[in-house]
Design a protein around this ligand. Structure first.
Ligand code: GLN
Length: 539
């Protein structure tokens, strides 16, 4: 089996420089040159996975087909590469320790003292090579979370140092992503923080091969030479990464700078042919030259932090480009929508999406908003909790079950139209125990879902504990709500719609996770199309 080549991406100076986007952009360029490439992320926190994290901590929790709750960067990998990721693509310190401790309890270490080196670093090395050993990839890109110099990153950096030794230096490349700050008082770009972070990396025995420099201004020749000399990298390995209009520009910018070229040279994989980015450029062309504009309200309780709804925002970018429409997403805090003011906040919108979420905070605002869009025939899309809220709103205001609720919010509601799934009833542990990952869904003929997907069976990703309570289904149907998606095994309602409304769809699953540049999600495409038609009709 051919051994893959390994690229490691570390970060220096500060967090939030966009290692995920740089990794995904490099992967895109390698993929566009015909190389099978995958990306994995190693996160240095102790949570076993980000599933138990509040979105305010690290943004959205992304879910893979195989039901892993992962870092949102995996979403970028899938959106850029159009290749599915899995549990193996995201590893945390918590998972590493968990597995080393399990091995210790089993007695696998034969009486030895279990230590960070070699036991933790060996576990990291093993996991870093797991995807590579499947034989499916030419290149494996590994993003190391955190910033060089952090205590918790140390075992990862040491593992990379050892792997370079084990695999041979020409089989590994280390890219260091760093910041070149601009001091406006001095009117200068400064290289010192980068010199220091490269030095910190060197103290751990790693010489960065490539520097990717985030900067607000063009790096001059002099500055590039200085960085090369002081940071001990070759001149063409100093790559500038200017702020971009959109993350989807970054692969093209990295190509212009020669990032893929220098990486391939380092790995002894020089390629003559250029990457084929025709489709990508077509997408950017449509994204940047919209023919019309719509405004969609995104109602959620974490809207202060854009990363909380990352996949939804990106799915709108894909669907906007597909429709040649500029989608402006207006974040609306669900806690601030009251019965009386819904009209002020929503009446000018062209469409509303109610976001996924957990717990009671802000749900009445979501219900108020849904009532307004339903009664005023504004296109509506509800995802997960958003669908559940649409069900509750319909129960309260159409079925007149005034106290209808989800048992998540009110255990003693007289009308539990959203109830706990049977399989969830005995679960006490929170981590990794929701209904997760891809499940089949049968589509009812002659529904919005059927015309949108153009098929009668789909597979979509889930992350929830509660469900539509079947015992109320007949009542809902008698009043015009249609259950358009049903799980074939459990009978679970996966989607609802109001056929007499102007595009009113709620889904229990998460279509946003599987929208990519190459394959915009059909429901987002159809929703934006309906929103656009509605916006035009108002003119
Ligand atoms: N809190 C709801 C549930 O667990 C919805 C979850 C979600 O929106 N992801 O069912």
């Amino acid at each position: 089996m051919p051994e893959p080549k390994y690229v490691f991406v570390t970060g220096g100076v500060t967090s939030s420089l966009g290692k995920g986007i740089i990794s995904a952009s490099l992967a895109k360029l390698l993929q566009a040159r015909g190389l099978n490439t995958t990306i994995q992320k190693f996160d240095p926190y102790i949570n076993v996975d980000p599933g138990t994290l509040n979105p305010y901590e690290h943004g959205e929790c992304y879910v893979t087909d195989d039901g892993a709750e992962t870092d949102l960067d995996l979403g970028h990998y899938e959106r850029f590469l159009n290749v599915k990721t899995s549990q193996a693509n995201n590893v945390t310190t918590g998972r590493i320790y968990q597995s080393v401790i399990e091995k210790e309890r089993r007695g696998d270490f034969l009486g030895k003292t279990v230590q960070v080196i070699p036991h933790i670093t060996n576990e990291i090395k093993e996991r870093m090579q797991l995807l590579g050993k499947t034989g499916k990839y030419d290149v494996v890109i590994t993003e190391i979370g955190g910033t060089v110099g952090d205590i918790e990153s140390l075992p990862y950096i040491e593992a990379v140092r050892q792997l370079r030794w084990d695999l041979g230096k020409n089989n590994c490349v280390v890219i260091h992503l760093t910041l070149i700050p601009y001091l406006s008082a001095a009117g200068e770009l400064k290289t010192k923080p980068t010199q220091h972070s490269v030095k910190t990396l060197m103290e751990s025995g790693i010489n960065a091969d490539v520097l990717v420099c985030r900067t607000e201004y063009e790096l001059s020749e002099d500055l590039r030479n200085k960085l090369a000399l002081f940071c001990n990298v070759e001149r063409e390995a100093v790559i500038q990464s200017l702020d971009a209009d959109t993350i989807y520009d970054v692969p093209l910018m990295m190509f212009e700078e020669g990032l893929d070229k220098v990486v391939l040279e380092r790995l002894g994989m020089e390629r003559n042919e250029k990457p084929d980015l025709t489709h990508w450029k077509g997408f950017l062309q449509r994204h940047k030259n919209p023919k019309s504009k719509v405004t969609i309200g995104l109602i959620g309780k974490y809207v202060e932090l854009q990363d909380s709804y990352k996949s939804i925002l990106e799915a709108f970018v894909h669907a906007g480009a597909a429709n040649e429409v500029h989608v402006e997403v207006m974040p609306l805090h669900s806690e601030h929508i009251e019965e009386g003011n819904a009209v002020d906040q929503i009446s000018n919108l062209d469409g509303v999406l109610v976001a996924p979420g957990f717990g009671e905070r802000g749900i009445e605002g979501k219900i108020n908003a849904i009532r307004y869009v339903r009664e005023n025939n504004i296109p509506f899309f509800g995802i997960c909790l958003g669908m559940q809220m649409a069900v509750i709103e319909f129960a309260r205001n159409v079925l007149k079950l005034k106290k209808a609720n989800s048992v998540e919010m009110d255990e003693n509601t007289p009308h539990p139209v959203i109830s706990l799934m049977e399989a969830q009833k005995d679960i006490v542990q929170k981590g990794g125990t929701m209904r997760l990952g891809a499940w089949l869904c049968d589509i009812k003929p002659d529904t919005v879902l059927q015309t949108t997907y153009n098929t009668l069976q789909i597979e979509e990703r889930h992350r929830h504990r509660y469900e539509f309570n079947d015992s109320y289904l007949k009542q809902f149907e008698n009043h015009g709500m249609v259950a358009s998606g049903i799980n074939p095994e459990t009978g679970l309602v996966e989607a609802i719609e109001l056929p007499h409304n102007n595009w009113f769809v709620g889904v229990q699953y998460h279509p946003e996770y599987s929208s990519t540049v190459a394959n915009p999600h059909p429901l987002f495409v159809a929703f934006v199309q309906a929103v656009n038609a509605y916006a035009q009709s108002k003119k």
